[in-house]
Design a protein around this ligand. Structure first.
Ligand SMILES: NC(=O)c1ccc[n+]([C@@H]2O[C@H](COP(=O)([O-])OP(=O)(O)OC[C@H]3O[C@@H](n4cnc5c(N)ncnc54)[C@H](OP(=O)(O)O)[C@@H]3O)[C@@H](O)[C@H]2O)c1
Length: 291
């Protein structure tokens, strides 16, 4: 029996569909991460936890402390009490306690909490994930739409990324959750990243081609985009773009190109094969964001 935290999020929804498809006995956690009673109740009878809950989408460092760090601490305490066999955590490439960026520091702190627990853990450090309802390509597409006649390239668009399709990440999560652990994933830190490495500006061009938008690329300093983002969106509970998103354009998010094949024995889908969802996003998504 698998319990998925963050099952209503972007990755969580795809994961729940996949677990259902594979006839795996799984349920989504319905409480808040800091509620020990809900955790205790819902961990009862569970063998594996796939931990996806995170406050990254809020763009607020305080929420990261509360949900990601304190929430994971609470989850571990209750999981140790209940005797869970395995926790799987979706982290980020670049997780580092000394990182300049709040999300990467938080990911590393959560990894440490899990590592110090008595429960066998598997960590998958993922690159930025794309797919219908993502907050990556949809966000870049929205920015291009609204910034007519330009499309801004923060930091000159030179940031390196290796995006991976959400269904491929989910495939990795399902493989790792094998109760028999035939491939020996338990106790390991694995990496999930696409097999193509792009500069941000290349991704922008792919989006413009796919959506048939015509925009003139304009390099802009990252500090300016940060200021604009804070001013226009900082007050929203789930802003369409956050400074956390912009942090990713500061730290290269790269891994060996064959890393998924070496660890999981399949080839991730190329970016251009799975982005038709960008063609007709509808005005509502451009205006309000989807998530
Ligand atoms: N998306 C990416 O590109 C990417 C890349 C690498 C790693 N990851 C990691 O993968 C995980 C999932 O990402 P995602 O993109 O699916 O995030 P998401 O769409 O923002 O989903 C976050 C989930 O966490 C839940 N959540 C937030 N606060 C909570 C709280 N206090 N208590 C309980 N649940 C809470 C949300 O539920 P509510 O909506 O009900 O609050 C939602 O189900 C995150 O840890 C993220 O860092 C994501």
């Amino acid at each position: 029996m698998i319990l998925v935290t963050g099952s209503t999020g972007f990755v969580g929804r795809a994961l729940m569909r996949a677990l259902d498809y594979h006839n795996l006995d799984a349920t989504g956690y319905t409480g808040r991460m800091n509620n020990p009673y809900a955790l205790r109740e819902q961990l009862d009878g569970i063998e594996t936890v796939i931990h996806l809950a995170s406050a990254e989408a809020t763009g607020r460092a305080r929420a990261l402390q509360h949900v990601d760090i304190d929430g994971t601490q609470r989850l571990v305490e209750e999981a140790e009490r209940t005797g869970i066999n395995h926790i799987i955590y979706l982290s980020r490439i670049g997780a580092n306690v000394n990182s300049l960026f709040p999300t990467l520091r938080t990911k590393a702190t959560v990894e440490q909490i899990l590592d110090r627990s008595s429960i066998p853990t598997t960590i998958i450090r993922s690159a930025t994930i794309f797919g219908r309802d993502d907050r990556f390509l949809n966000t870049v597409g929205s920015l291009a739409f609204w910034n007519w006649p330009f499309v801004f390239l923060p930091a000159g668009g030179r940031a390196l990324l290796q995006p991976i399709w959400v269904e491929d990440v989910v495939r990795c999560l399902v493989m790792v959750s094998d109760p028999l652990d035939l491939k020996g994933y338990r106790g390991r830190i694995l990496t999930a990243a696409g097999e193509e490495r792009f500069r941000y500006e290349e991704i922008v061009h792919i989006i413009l081609n796919t959506t048939e938008m015509s925009r003139r690329p304009l390099a802009i300093r990252l500090q300016w985009v940060r200021l604009i983002t804070r001013t226009f969106f900082g007050w929203r509970r789930r802003p369409p773009i956050t400074t956390f998103f912009l942090d990713r354009l500061n730290a290269p998010e790269i891994a060996d190109l064959d890393i998924v094949f070496r660890q999981f024995n399949f080839h991730p889908v190329p970016l251009r094969h799975q982005i038709t969802y960008l063609r007709n996003p509808g005005l509502a998504r451009y205006v309000f964001g989807k998530n």
